[in-house]
Design a protein around this ligand. Structure first.
Ligand SMILES: Cc1cc2nc3c(=O)[nH]c(=O)nc-3n(C[C@H](O)[C@H](O)[C@H](O)COP(=O)(O)O)c2cc1C
Length: 363
């Protein structure tokens, strides 16, 4: 059987991120902000699929960040979103994003196996161990303050998912967090498993990611730091006999001239930033998660207004392609892309930037 599209070949991976969420990755008030309707997601998926983009990654979010727009207040649920998109596309990988504490592993194991059949082996799973405290409270869940408990829970959760996928027998499970009697998971995913993504930043989370994930996401803020970070993560995985690709996320503003790109940046992320939402987003990220380097907070606040902290790919097609080549040279295995309006802006990126990346030999 051929390999999963996310795992085959060595091209620099490109995906989109957060198209299932209202306003995508940009907490802005402009009327052009992303409308995350199903119809828009479907049209986008088919456009990306035809353009040879590798994957789509959704954000699982249960309450918004407030502000005038209630950034991420409207969210398409990721498992059902992925099921629909996999049915309507041919080659692109589609991930579901799952909070371990909010989703029973036996249910998730079967959901993933089902959507992987729908897509003929193109589904993937992004595992979130929890960080957003108000959201846990909204669900009536308790987020443990310590990362040890969060990732111990996630590990047992994933061990049970894997056992359900690999065992053809009924089995009992007597763990710390889960009990099961004569349980069985049938069917398994098409190839027995699916690519796993995780975005941990803490030491405990990175143990989890290097133990379990195929791809680890980390922000690209300072590429010199990223180089060291990627080397460390690769070494950590290699010591366990594993290979982990390190991915990042980027926000694209690509225009014929640099001035047009900068004007759009200013219009969306400065003049019309939903500042209350930006403040809430940054505050929560730094209160409960270790993804972003805490010493760089002041420097990166504007990146949250632009693209949720994503790497800025702002400028002409040459400049945007150059930024992607820099990410590649840093050692990243790929990046997600976001746009203020994915449907309106992706075609220019497709027509102008993708050929430049092919000529540069990274795709
Ligand atoms: C690419 C990417 C995708 C993410 N997706 C989600 C998501 O869908 N839902 C969510 O609550 N958090 C999501 N997060 C946030 C991470 O799960 C969170 O920052 C991480 O748990 C923090 O690391 P730590 O647990 O080691 O502190 C994502 C982060 C990144 C970088």
């Amino acid at each position: 059987m051929t390999q999963h599209p996310m795992l085959s070949g060595d091209r620099f991976r490109l995906g989109t991120f957060s198209s299932n969420c209202s306003s995508g990755m940009t907490p802005t008030k402009v009327p052009e902000r992303w409308n995350n309707s199903w119809d828009n997601n479907l049209a986008l998926a088919q456009m990306l699929d035809a353009a040879g983009i590798d994957f789509m990654l959704p954000i699982a979010r249960w309450i918004g960040y407030g502000g005038e727009t209630d950034f991420h207040g409207g969210v398409l649920e990721t498992m059902t979103w992925a099921a629909g998109l996999l049915a309507a596309t041919k080659n692109i990988a589609v991930f579901a994003t799952i909070h371990t504490a909010a989703n029973h592993p036996t249910v998730v194991a079967k959901q993933l196996a089902t959507i992987d059949q729908i897509g003929h082996g193109r589904a993937g799973l992004n595992i979130v161990a929890g960080w957003n405290k108000p959201e846990y409270e909204a669900l009536g869940l308790t987020l443990p303050d310590d990362h040890e408990s969060r990732y111990a829970y996630a590990q047992e959760w994933f061990d049970l998912v894997r056992k359900l996928w690999s065992s053809d027998q009924h089995f009992d499970w007597n763990g710390t967090y889960f009990k099961a009697k004569a349980v069985k998971g049938d069917p398994a995913p098409v190839r027995g498993s699916v690519p796993i993504i995780n975005a941990a930043g803490s030491p405990q989370g990175r143990e989890f990611a290097t133990d379990n994930a195929d791809f680890l996401f980390t922000p690209a803020i300072d590429l010199e730091r990223s180089k060291v970070e990627i080397a460390e993560l690769k070494a950590q995985a290699a010591a366990k006999g594993r290979n982990v690709g390190v991915l990042t996320f980027a926000h694209v503003i690509c225009r014929p001239t640099e001035k047009e790109a900068q004007d759009w940046l200013h219009y969306t992320a400065v003049e019309n930033a939903d500042t209350v939402a930006v403040d809430n987003l940054v505050r929560l990220q730094f209160a409960h998660a270790h993804s972003f380097p805490h010493d760089l907070l002041a420097q990166i606040k504007h990146l949250f207004a632009m693209g949720h902290g994503g790497f800025p790919l702002v400028g002409t097609p040459d400049q945007v392609a150059d930024g992607i080549l820099k990410l590649h040279a840093t050692g990243f295995a790929g990046t997600t892309l976001s746009f203020v309006d994915y449907l309106a802006e992706f075609p220019y990126f497709r027509d102008e930037v993708l050929p430049r990346l092919s000529r540069a030999g990274i795709r």
